[in-house]
Design a protein around this ligand. Structure first.
Ligand SMILES: [Fe+2]
Ligand SMILES: [Fe+2]
Length: 474
């Protein structure tokens, strides 16, 4: 196993101390990162002690330690999964050759762009969630928000390490720009659309951590297959942390549903107005928020047919999630079918090469994974005897990227006219009134163990502590 230097200014398991030049460059970037955290990270909580998990190694058993920390003192480190001796390229035209310990010159700009795009999402989400601490429904949730935030900060470090270590001066410039773009900034926005969406309520936060962090999981899984070994090892370790983010999302949405079901039973009603008067989020509104964040996250996978994606696959740059599970790792002449608008208000099948369809293959795997949690949420409504089923909309619905961009459809994916979409969109997506209502519920609750009235308590606390533990010392 690799040795871990936890005492260093920048904790790491990459022997940073042996590379003075790289160490100096990263130590130079560190104050800029801290300044960014101070200005753009969680607002007004920097002096508070938070019960946080910190990555201290890459051993599956003991990789994290828990304790109280003020967020600016968090030990953001550089951790790569251990090197697999004799690892070979697992897909594409270089299949079977040794993996690369350095970036081949001909793929340098492609790798740089992929790493920058991934890296950009990490601080972006922290910026989006900046104000949520003020309206946390409990101390438990407040702590989870900050846990997600500091780990996204560490993921930024993970990408910045790669940029500094393997991309020379261009990499250093990109690392600086990662702190200069900001979520929702009209002049210098973040690279991807979803990461510029405003987030002023916790229902959106849970949907985001369920759906958008899960996009992250699939991007990281695809990069974990890369022939560029330092990238593969970096992303493999990021996945370890990422699991908690999706847990926060799945249990968060589940707790909102559970609380709504309780009140539906108490009042014996499914009347939206009555439930809103009682201060909970009605199930149709939960469905609309789901529709919004799921479809927004679908766009992050890119176009169904993409020659860039084919190039990444052919050259071993980016594979499919869990590539080993696919039968054919080369896909030299194979084909697949996608659905596209036929231009006459309907749709038609189109045959493309499998290599061109890599984004769509990854998106389909993502949809399957999203459905696991939806099924669990529906178990709660079923158990309560409520005839309401949450559903993922079609991947054709409300798309802004790919073949379905600009084609209006119903949530079931049936093409319709733009006028019909505009007339019905408030049935399917959060309206101004829905957003204002959800926002009106956001009141801060800070007594240990207490929950806001619109959300049920979690089943258990963090790291075997009780739910009423003082997760943040305010
Ligand atoms: Fe992340
Ligand atoms: Fe995440």
């Amino acid at each position: 196993m690799s040795t871990i230097d936890l005492q260093a200014l920048i904790p790491n398991n990459v022997n940073l101390g042996d590379n003075r030049q790289l160490q100096r460059a990263l130590e130079h970037w560190q104050p800029a990162f801290l300044k960014w955290w101070d200005e753009m990270g969680p607002s007004d909580f920097n002096a508070k002690q938070v019960y946080l998990r910190t990555a201290v190694g890459v051993d599956a058993q003991g990789w994290a330690s828990y304790g109280y920390t003020a967020m600016p003192d968090y030990r953001w480190g550089i951790f790569l999964a251990d090197k697999e001796e004799g690892r070979r390229i697992g897909f594409g035209d270089f299949m079977g050759q040794d993996v690369w310990q350095d970036v081949p010159g001909e793929f340098r700009s492609t790798f740089r762009r992929l790493i920058v795009t991934q890296g950009d999402t990490e601080p972006a989400s922290v910026e989006q969630q900046r104000l949520l601490g003020h309206t946390a429904p409990s101390l438990y949730d407040l702590r989870n928000l900050f846990q997600v935030n500091v780990e996204e900060g560490r993921h930024l470090w993970a990408m910045v390490y790669l940029l500094h270590a393997y991309f020379g001066r261009d990499g250093r410039e990109e690392a600086e720009e990662l702190l200069e773009r900001h979520s929702g900034d009209p002049d210098k926005p973040r690279i991807l659309g979803t990461f510029n969406e405003p987030m002023d309520n916790w229902l959106s936060f849970y949907m985001f951590t369920y759906f958008t962090d899960r996009d992250g999981k699939f991007q990281l899984k695809s990069l974990a297959e890369s022939a560029f070994d330092p990238l593969a090892r970096t992303t493999r370790f990021m996945l370890t942390e990422e699991a908690h983010h999706m847990f926060v999302g799945e249990t968060g949405v589940g707790r909102v549903i559970r609380r709504t079901l309780e009140v539906m039973k108490e009042l014996d009603t499914d009347d939206v107005a009555a439930l809103r008067r009682a201060g909970v989020v009605d199930l149709p509104t939960i469905q609309k928020f789901l529709n919004f964040w799921f479809t927004s996250s679908l766009d992050l996978f890119g176009s169904e047919a993409s020659s860039n994606a084919a190039n990444y696959f052919a050259n071993g740059i980016k594979g499919r999630p869990d590539e080993a599970r696919f039968a054919d790792h080369v896909e030299a002449d194979t084909e697949m079918t996608i659905q596209v608008p036929d231009g006459r208000g309907g749709m038609k099948n189109e045959t493309i090469s499998t290599r061109n369809g890599m984004n769509e293959i990854t998106r389909q795997e993502y949809v399957k994974d999203c459905n696991v949690g939806v099924t669990r949420w529906n178990m709660a409504t079923k158990r309560a005897g409520v005839p309401f089923e949450l559903k993922l909309p079609s991947t054709r619905f409300r798309r802004n990227v790919g073949g379905w961009a600009g084609t209006a459809t119903t949530p079931e994916g049936q093409p319709i006219g733009q006028a019909e979409f505009d007339a019905r969109k408030d049935e399917w997506l959060p309206s101004e009134a829905d957003r204002a209502y959800v926002k009106s519920l956001m009141q801060r609750v800070v007594e240990p163990g207490k929950m806001a009235a619109w959300i049920a308590p979690p089943d258990r606390g963090i790291n075997a502590n009780p739910v009423e533990y003082e997760y943040v010392k305010l």
